[in-house]
Write a protein that binds this ligand. Structure first.
Ligand code: SF4
Length: 209
Protein backbone atom coordinates (compact mmCIF):
# COMPACT_ATOMS: atom_id res chain seq x y z
CA UNK A 1 0.00 0.00 0.00
CA UNK A 2 1.25 3.50 -0.84
CA UNK A 3 2.22 5.58 2.21
CA UNK A 4 -0.06 8.55 2.83
CA UNK A 5 2.05 11.74 2.59
CA UNK A 6 2.34 13.63 5.84
CA UNK A 7 0.62 16.96 5.60
CA UNK A 8 2.77 20.05 6.03
CA UNK A 9 1.77 22.55 8.69
CA UNK A 10 2.28 26.26 7.98
CA UNK A 11 4.79 27.55 10.57
CA UNK A 12 4.22 31.21 9.61
CA UNK A 13 6.62 33.93 8.47
CA UNK A 14 10.12 33.14 9.70
CA UNK A 15 11.01 36.69 10.77
CA UNK A 16 7.84 37.11 12.87
CA UNK A 17 8.38 33.72 14.45
CA UNK A 18 12.00 34.55 15.29
CA UNK A 19 11.06 37.87 16.87
CA UNK A 20 8.28 36.35 18.98
CA UNK A 21 10.43 33.40 20.01
CA UNK A 22 13.21 35.67 21.24
CA UNK A 23 10.64 37.70 23.18
CA UNK A 24 9.04 34.58 24.69
CA UNK A 25 12.45 33.58 26.05
CA UNK A 26 12.88 36.79 27.98
CA UNK A 27 9.43 37.82 29.20
CA UNK A 28 6.83 35.92 31.17
CA UNK A 29 4.00 34.72 29.00
CA UNK A 30 4.26 32.14 26.31
CA UNK A 31 4.56 31.21 22.69
CA UNK A 32 1.49 31.24 20.50
CA UNK A 33 1.97 27.88 18.79
CA UNK A 34 -0.64 26.61 16.31
CA UNK A 35 -0.49 23.10 17.83
CA UNK A 36 -3.97 22.12 16.61
CA UNK A 37 -4.78 18.74 18.12
CA UNK A 38 -1.13 17.76 18.63
CA UNK A 39 -0.21 16.83 22.20
CA UNK A 40 3.18 15.27 21.41
CA UNK A 41 5.16 17.39 23.88
CA UNK A 42 2.92 16.28 26.78
CA UNK A 43 3.65 12.64 25.86
CA UNK A 44 7.38 12.74 25.13
CA UNK A 45 9.11 11.85 28.39
CA UNK A 46 10.06 15.39 29.31
CA UNK A 47 11.05 16.51 32.78
CA UNK A 48 9.17 19.79 33.24
CA UNK A 49 11.00 22.52 35.13
CA UNK A 50 8.90 24.70 37.45
CA UNK A 51 10.39 27.78 39.11
CA UNK A 52 9.69 28.76 42.72
CA UNK A 53 7.73 31.88 41.67
CA UNK A 54 5.19 29.81 39.69
CA UNK A 55 2.95 29.62 42.73
CA UNK A 56 -0.35 28.94 40.88
CA UNK A 57 1.24 26.10 38.97
CA UNK A 58 2.85 24.62 42.07
CA UNK A 59 -0.50 24.74 43.88
CA UNK A 60 -2.15 22.82 41.00
CA UNK A 61 0.25 19.88 41.01
CA UNK A 62 0.32 17.23 43.77
CA UNK A 63 3.56 17.61 45.74
CA UNK A 64 4.41 13.92 45.37
CA UNK A 65 4.90 14.50 41.60
CA UNK A 66 7.61 17.11 42.16
CA UNK A 67 11.26 16.73 43.11
CA UNK A 68 14.18 19.16 43.45
CA UNK A 69 15.76 20.17 40.12
CA UNK A 70 19.40 19.02 40.17
CA UNK A 71 21.93 21.83 39.93
CA UNK A 72 19.36 24.63 40.38
CA UNK A 73 18.73 26.81 43.46
CA UNK A 74 16.37 25.58 46.16
CA UNK A 75 12.69 25.81 45.22
CA UNK A 76 13.20 24.87 41.56
CA UNK A 77 11.51 21.55 40.93
CA UNK A 78 10.93 19.06 38.15
CA UNK A 79 7.84 17.06 37.28
CA UNK A 80 8.53 13.67 35.69
CA UNK A 81 6.44 11.39 33.50
CA UNK A 82 4.72 8.02 33.71
CA UNK A 83 5.69 4.64 32.19
CA UNK A 84 4.21 5.71 28.83
CA UNK A 85 6.25 8.92 28.83
CA UNK A 86 3.14 11.01 29.57
CA UNK A 87 3.08 14.00 31.87
CA UNK A 88 1.04 13.03 34.97
CA UNK A 89 -1.14 16.13 34.44
CA UNK A 90 -2.12 14.94 30.95
CA UNK A 91 -5.58 13.44 31.45
CA UNK A 92 -8.40 12.58 29.01
CA UNK A 93 -6.16 13.59 26.13
CA UNK A 94 -5.59 17.12 27.39
CA UNK A 95 -3.72 19.13 29.97
CA UNK A 96 -5.76 18.99 33.19
CA UNK A 97 -4.14 22.20 34.52
CA UNK A 98 -4.06 24.14 31.24
CA UNK A 99 -4.81 27.57 32.77
CA UNK A 100 -2.06 27.04 35.36
CA UNK A 101 0.38 25.02 33.27
CA UNK A 102 4.11 25.61 33.86
CA UNK A 103 6.00 28.37 32.07
CA UNK A 104 8.14 25.64 30.48
CA UNK A 105 5.02 24.32 28.71
CA UNK A 106 3.88 27.81 27.71
CA UNK A 107 7.16 28.57 25.96
CA UNK A 108 7.70 25.16 24.37
CA UNK A 109 7.52 25.40 20.59
CA UNK A 110 8.73 22.48 18.47
CA UNK A 111 9.16 24.80 15.44
CA UNK A 112 12.52 25.53 17.07
CA UNK A 113 13.80 22.23 15.64
CA UNK A 114 13.14 22.85 11.92
CA UNK A 115 14.26 26.46 12.44
CA UNK A 116 17.67 25.49 13.79
CA UNK A 117 18.10 22.24 11.88
CA UNK A 118 18.66 20.47 15.20
CA UNK A 119 16.61 17.30 15.54
CA UNK A 120 14.81 16.66 18.81
CA UNK A 121 16.30 13.14 18.84
CA UNK A 122 15.24 9.55 18.40
CA UNK A 123 14.06 9.26 21.99
CA UNK A 124 11.16 11.64 21.20
CA UNK A 125 9.51 10.03 18.13
CA UNK A 126 6.19 11.91 18.46
CA UNK A 127 7.89 15.31 18.30
CA UNK A 128 10.31 14.06 15.68
CA UNK A 129 7.33 13.36 13.37
CA UNK A 130 5.85 16.76 14.07
CA UNK A 131 9.08 18.74 13.55
CA UNK A 132 9.29 17.47 9.96
CA UNK A 133 5.83 18.79 9.12
CA UNK A 134 6.40 22.49 9.91
CA UNK A 135 7.11 24.67 6.87
CA UNK A 136 8.22 28.27 7.38
CA UNK A 137 7.26 31.01 4.98
CA UNK A 138 10.43 32.68 3.67
CA UNK A 139 9.37 35.64 1.59
CA UNK A 140 12.37 37.97 1.74
CA UNK A 141 16.16 37.82 1.50
CA UNK A 142 16.31 39.01 5.11
CA UNK A 143 14.26 36.03 6.24
CA UNK A 144 16.43 33.62 4.30
CA UNK A 145 19.56 35.20 5.87
CA UNK A 146 18.03 34.94 9.34
CA UNK A 147 17.22 31.26 8.82
CA UNK A 148 20.77 30.62 7.54
CA UNK A 149 22.21 32.45 10.57
CA UNK A 150 20.11 30.45 13.05
CA UNK A 151 21.18 27.18 11.41
CA UNK A 152 24.83 28.28 11.23
CA UNK A 153 24.70 29.13 14.95
CA UNK A 154 23.26 25.70 15.76
CA UNK A 155 25.93 23.90 13.73
CA UNK A 156 28.73 26.00 15.19
CA UNK A 157 27.62 25.39 18.78
CA UNK A 158 27.37 21.64 18.26
CA UNK A 159 30.67 21.36 16.42
CA UNK A 160 32.63 23.62 18.78
CA UNK A 161 31.03 22.76 22.12
CA UNK A 162 34.42 21.78 23.56
CA UNK A 163 35.87 25.25 22.86
CA UNK A 164 33.30 26.96 25.12
CA UNK A 165 33.43 27.03 28.93
CA UNK A 166 32.09 23.82 30.45
CA UNK A 167 28.28 23.71 30.40
CA UNK A 168 27.93 26.69 28.01
CA UNK A 169 26.58 24.47 25.21
CA UNK A 170 23.86 22.32 26.79
CA UNK A 171 23.68 18.58 26.08
CA UNK A 172 19.91 18.77 25.71
CA UNK A 173 18.79 19.35 22.09
CA UNK A 174 15.95 21.72 23.02
CA UNK A 175 18.31 23.92 25.03
CA UNK A 176 20.89 23.83 22.23
CA UNK A 177 18.22 25.09 19.82
CA UNK A 178 17.20 27.85 22.26
CA UNK A 179 20.85 28.92 22.56
CA UNK A 180 21.24 29.01 18.76
CA UNK A 181 18.24 31.37 18.52
CA UNK A 182 19.71 33.62 21.24
CA UNK A 183 23.12 34.02 19.56
CA UNK A 184 22.17 33.79 15.86
CA UNK A 185 22.90 37.49 15.22
CA UNK A 186 26.61 36.74 15.57
CA UNK A 187 26.26 34.62 12.42
CA UNK A 188 24.32 37.15 10.34
CA UNK A 189 27.50 38.59 8.84
CA UNK A 190 29.22 35.24 8.41
CA UNK A 191 30.43 36.44 5.00
CA UNK A 192 33.22 38.21 6.86
CA UNK A 193 35.70 35.44 7.64
CA UNK A 194 36.47 35.11 11.35
CA UNK A 195 38.49 32.51 13.19
CA UNK A 196 36.72 29.90 15.32
CA UNK A 197 38.22 31.51 18.40
CA UNK A 198 36.79 34.92 17.48
CA UNK A 199 33.39 33.37 16.84
CA UNK A 200 33.47 31.61 20.24
CA UNK A 201 34.32 34.94 21.91
CA UNK A 202 31.56 36.74 20.01
CA UNK A 203 28.98 34.11 20.96
CA UNK A 204 29.92 34.37 24.64
CA UNK A 205 29.84 38.16 24.40
CA UNK A 206 26.36 38.04 22.82
CA UNK A 207 25.03 36.42 25.98
CA UNK A 208 26.83 38.75 28.38
CA UNK A 209 24.43 41.35 29.80
S1 SF4 B 1 1.62 20.36 32.48
FE1 SF4 B 1 0.05 20.25 30.91
S2 SF4 B 1 0.93 21.30 29.11
FE2 SF4 B 1 2.63 20.77 30.49
S3 SF4 B 1 3.37 18.78 29.78
FE3 SF4 B 1 1.88 18.41 31.42
S4 SF4 B 1 -0.05 18.09 30.34
FE4 SF4 B 1 1.33 19.07 28.89
Amino acid sequence: MKAVPKQDIPAGRFSSWLQLTKKAQTVKGGADVPCGTCTACCRSSYFIHIRPDETQTLASIPKKLLFPAPGLPKGNVLMGYDEQGQCPMFKDNKCSIYEDRPQTCRTYDCRIFPATGISVGKDKPLISKQEKRWKFDLKTDRERKQLAAVQAAAKFLQKNAKHFPEGFVPANTTQQAVLAIKVHEVFLDSGKAKSNREMVENVIHALTP
